[in-house]
Design a protein around this ligand. Sequence first.
Ligand SMILES: Nc1ncnc2c1ncn2[C@@H]1O[C@H](COP(=O)(O)OP(=O)(O)OP(=O)(O)O)[C@@H](O)[C@H]1O
Length: 268
Amino acid sequence: MLDVENLGIRFGGLHAVRDVTASIPAGQITAIIGPNGAGKSTFFNLISGFYRPTTGAVRFQGEDLTRRPTHEVVARGVARTFQTTTIYRELSVLENAMIGHRVRTRAGLLDALLRTPRERRDAQGSRDGALRALERVGLVRQAHLPAGALTQEGQKRVGIAMALASEPKLLLLDEPAAGMNPEETVNLMALIRDLVAGGLTVALVEHKMSLVMGLADHILVLHHGQLIAQGTPAQVSRDPTVIEAYLGSHAHGGQMGQGAQGGEAAHA
Ligand SMILES: Nc1ncnc2c1ncn2[C@@H]1O[C@H](COP(=O)(O)OP(=O)(O)OP(=O)(O)O)[C@@H](O)[C@H]1O
């Protein structure tokens, strides 16, 4: 569904992502893992159009998205959530989801100010689209609550609904389980599985190895900005290069503990 070829970006002298060639297959869950500072978030920012690569190309369903601005990437069917919660806590759950939907509507500011027929049509469409997204994440009954009143897990669902409201084909989740307890993590895994069963393709960056190993069909492993391995959870977890990368990172204060022990302990 999404292919990157020789993708790279430099920040000054630092190659945050270097020469990565990889694919995110349709209808599957792809996890991007690697020790701290491996370039995972930067890779996400590259494929979602937040960063312009220094080298290489990003193709989505065969179309070159390399130089497209983010809103065009979203309009073509790639949506993302963020590591830190970016929901509007004072707005209702429904209003948050409607904001996610508005990227697909055509009415501009003038239409909104003049309340033109197009604006009214789009507003109704946003409401319907937002409700569909809330249904997919199980939040219809909370639609009129302020988003900030929801639990941590509920707020994560709002963030996912915002992304789903743009009706993506590919959903990118940046550390979806961060800050969640084990029970919430299990619920989140079930939600992601449901979304994929409904036809969505998902790629995620995640530190919790229990989630990655229990959920991913396909794993890309980054280290120092480079792709050092890819394959099924079973394949990458016994790959000597991957084990060495995590061990080396642990020796320097990295997060191998999460890799070896399943993740939650180190997050507790
Ligand atoms: N905008 C930026 N400007 C300069 N350097 C950056 C920028 N973004 C990331 N970096 C650097 O690029 C490298 C990769 O960072 P990135 O955040 O992508 O890693 P990560 O694998 O997501 O890390 P973590 O697991 O800690 O979230 C790091 O050395 C980081 O300091």
